[in-house]
Write a protein that binds this ligand. Structure first.
Ligand code: NAD
Ligand code: UDP
Ligand code: UDP
Length: 337
């Protein structure tokens, strides 16, 4: 038996796989719905890097082909233009279900479509998971806690959500998506995972999606005033996208269903965030106050004890470290406009 024989190399691989330091999960066939979007495209990068085959399903409502264009020649990558509101037949091992607009400006643009995406889209992906025996992960949101009366928010908190407000298509849509996920698990035997994602930022966010980090960064780079809504004392906790992707992948391959909060517990007022953006981009940046939007949560900060204990996960990138990485990407895209 020489070094090049298949038997030898199989034996070498299987003994190597018993060594935890070099361990890599076996390659899998993975669907990422919403994979041409901000978070999805970063997840796709990591999955392909670890050897998986990836099918992106996206209707390009807020996603962009450019976000995954660097994979188009990879034989392990496929890009399908498809709306998850319609059924689809695929054969895969894992389904990361991200398809849904995430910024308030985008999800309020067509609220009926948003709730259809959350309810019918999630139902279809769960039906798919049930038929093929795939493991399903839902990207839910901290918005399921609404304008929270408990601070910081633990997964046990049931939330404080307006069912008839302008944000309800998203908040209540995601709450229903969580319900569907648990019902397919209990009733249909589907292996499921639920992540509740807190505000996340990084390269490839839409320049004008109206979210606070993308707004402030784009405004400071264009030498426009940063628009602070309300008194600017409301708080959010900002997570860098690579930390989120690590958390989603750890959750998918763990033995735990969740829900798990995935977020960075560092909490900032919008005025403090404006100050960090100013220090990072331009000390001459100014701010301008604007009226706040309806039903805006006053504060938000994840309690991540559960993810730390059960997934061994916690964020590594602080706002001061992560922001410059996003600024480099935004600066280039604003120059290209
Ligand atoms: P995004 O808007 O960049 O990505 C969403 C993707 O889904 C886009 O590519 C869009 O084209 C696609 N999509 C939307 N509706 C679809 C449909 N009906 N059929 C097929 N594709 C569709 O947003 P993101 O920030 O990358 O968010 C990804 C997921 O994470 C979303 O489910 C969102 O609710 C969740 N999440 C994100 C954050 C955050 O701060 N980024 C926070 C909480 C939850
Ligand atoms: N579905 C899908 N792909 C599949 C299997 C199911 O898109 O491979 C859709 C199906 O069209 C249905 C939904 O998922 O709208 C729920 O499917 P399920 O089998 O749970 O329910 P049923 O079809 O019995 O209503
Ligand atoms: N916000 C702001 N200026 C902006 C955009 C948003 O002050 O240009 C505020 C918004 O009112 C909210 C917070 O920033 O209190 C976070 O808003 P975002 O839309 O980013 O996410 P949300 O957590 O509300 O989904």
């Amino acid at each position: 038996v020489t070094d090049r024989s298949p038997i030898f190399s199989f034996a070498a691989r299987s003994s190597a796989s018993r060594v935890p330091a070099g361990f890599r999960p076996p390659p899998r066939r993975v669907v990422v719905t919403g994979g041409a979007g901000f978070v999805g495209s970063h997840l796709v990068d990591r999955l392909l890097e670890q050897g998986d085959s990836v099918i992106v399903v996206d209707n390009f409502f807020t996603g962009r082909k450019e976000n995954v264009a660097h994979h188009l020649r990879n034989p392990r990558f496929e890009l399908l233009r498809h709306d998850v509101v319609e059924p689809i037949l695929l054969e895969v091992d894992r389904i990361y279900h991200l398809a849904c607009p995430a910024s308030p400006v985008h999800y309020k643009y067509n609220p009926i479509k948003t709730i259809k995406t959350n309810v019918m889209g999630t139902l279809n992906m769960l039906g798919l998971a049930k038929r093929i025996g795939a493991r399903f992960l839902l990207t839910s949101t901290s918005e399921v806690y609404g304008d929270p009366l408990e601070h910081p928010q633990k997964e046990t908190y049931w939330g404080h959500v307006n069912p008839i407000g302008v944000r309800s298509c998203y908040d209540e849509g995601k709450r229903t998506a969580e319900t569907l996920t648990m019902d397919y698990h209990r009733g249909g035997g589907v292996a499921v995972r639920i992540a509740r994602i807190f505000n996340t930022y990084g390269p490839r966010m839409c320049l004008d999606d109206g979210r606070v980090v993308s707004n402030f960064v784009a405004q400071a780079l264009r030498r426009q005033p940063m628009t602070v809504y309300g008194d600017g004392k409301q708080t959010r906790s900002f997570q860098y996208v690579s930390d989120l992707v690590a958390g989603l992948m750890a959750l998918m391959e763990s033995d735990h269903i969740g829900p798990f909060n995935l977020g960075n517990p560092g909490e900032f007022t919008m005025l403090e965030l404006a100050e960090v953006v100013k220090q990072t981009i331009d000390p001459m940046s100014t701010i301008e106050f604007k009226p706040n939007t309806a039903d805006d949560p006053h504060m938000r900060k994840p309690d991540i004890t559960k993810a730390k204990q059960l997934l061994g996960w916690e964020p590594k990138v602080s706002l001061k470290e992560g922001l410059p990485l996003m600024v480099t990407d935004f600066r280039q895209r604003i120059l290209d406009e």
